[in-house]
Design a protein. Structure first.
Length: 362
């Protein structure tokens, strides 16, 4: 049950008795009873907002419109088909507008169809089939042009920038190319290469060592440098060829790798522009993996006043090669023990070893 009340005037509030002046009657609650015969209800005030305007607004975002719609729904004397929630009322209005639009469009189509039946339009001749024939055929008397390669005049080749000091007309011929190469031979001193000999020193078997061979081009034009790696030991070298622009440097990574011990020495031929050959000497000594020991003999001697049960001596293993080396000890027994028994020594590194002697029980 919902109750609504209004007061036409604001009555005066009696001042309560306080302090020592209060008696026992002042503590009793004062009950005010309503006389049903003299009961008057306040007149209803109807919200004058337009229902259509409220329906067209977004009730989810406008709280005032939502409250106004709720008040309109409450003012209805009895439930009707329109006594719906705000969202349901909006859906009802949208359906009604959609229905009215469909009826309007259907009426317009019906009127257009009736008008077309009463006054049919004549078809448009877009191909001009009914025009007067004047004896003119489209494209009659015209011949398709035919071009012949021999009729094209020969023009000399012109370059925006001359390739050399020769101001004469340039042509793509073998004589002119040889003339350019002859000029290049005179300027080959401007190409710097190095080193002339690549000495890899001692290289372990099945290991790879890489060294660089560089080329610097100080010529006014680019050059092509190609390496010829014929030996199997040099098959991992890269790149085989590359173009070196003017005033630039380029490098070739020469790799040596062999599976058998040997003394390797080869001459690698590299060419400039595919015509001018030069040689590069490569040397290396392929050796097995070697580990050096700091001591070859160890003598264990207990002192006269020693009470130790074991005696330990140390030695060092060195790897002078270019690759890691694996080691492992064999022949250890109850009297002699080694720590560590196995391991890997990095290139140029060392590993400490402890050998312990335990005398047998007599």
């Amino acid at each position: 049950m919902r109750c609504v009340g209004e007061a036409p005037v604001l009555g005066e509030k009696a001042v309560p008795v306080k302090g020592l002046e209060r008696t026992g009657r002042d503590f009793d609650p004062e009950h005010i009873y309503v006389n049903q015969d003299q009961l008057n209800l306040p007149p209803r005030t109807r919200n004058l907002q337009s229902l259509t305007k409220i329906m067209k607004e977004d009730l989810e975002r406008n709280q005032n419109s939502s409250d106004a719609l709720d008040s309109i729904m409450l003012d209805l004397p009895e439930p009707t088909p329109y006594s719906l929630s705000p969202s349901a009322m909006q859906e009802h209005v949208r359906n009604k507008q959609r229905y009215n639009k469909m009826l309007k469009e259907s009426r317009l189509r019906r009127k257009a169809r009736l008008q077309e039946e009463q006054h049919p339009t004549e078809p448009i001749d877009i191909f001009y089939e009914d025009d007067v024939n004047m004896g003119m055929m489209p494209g009659s008397g015209l011949k398709s042009p035919r071009y012949n390669v021999d009729d094209i005049p020969v023009d000399r080749l012109h370059l925006e920038r001359a390739l050399d000091d020769d101001s004469a007309a340039r042509g793509v011929t073998g004589h002119r190319y040889m003339h350019d190469e002859n000029k290049l031979i005179k300027k080959l001193g401007l190409i710097s290469v190095g080193p002339g000999v690549l000495d890899f020193g001692n290289v372990y078997v099945k290991s790879t060592v890489v060294k660089s061979f560089s080329v610097f081009n100080d010529l006014p034009q680019a050059i092509l440098v190609a390496m010829q790696y014929d030996a199997e030991e040099l098959s991992r070298s890269t790149p085989t060829s590359q173009v070196v622009p003017s005033a630039h440097a380029a490098g070739f990574d020469v790799s040596v790798c062999s599976a058998v011990p040997q003394t390797f020495q080869r001459q690698v031929v590299y060419t400039i522009n595919g015509i001018h050959p030069y040689k590069l000497l490569i040397k290396a000594t392929i050796t097995p993996v070697q580990i050096r020991m700091s001591r070859a003999d160890i003598n264990f001697r207990f002192g006269e006043d020693s009470l130790d049960k074991t005696l330990t001596e140390k030695l060092v293993l060195d790897n002078p090669g270019n690759a890691p080396a694996k080691f492992s000890w064999q022949g250890a027994n109850a009297s002699f023990s080694v720590s560590p028994v196995s391991g890997v020594i990095p290139r140029g590194g060392s590993q400490g070893i402890e050998v312990t002697f335990t005398p047998p029980n007599s």
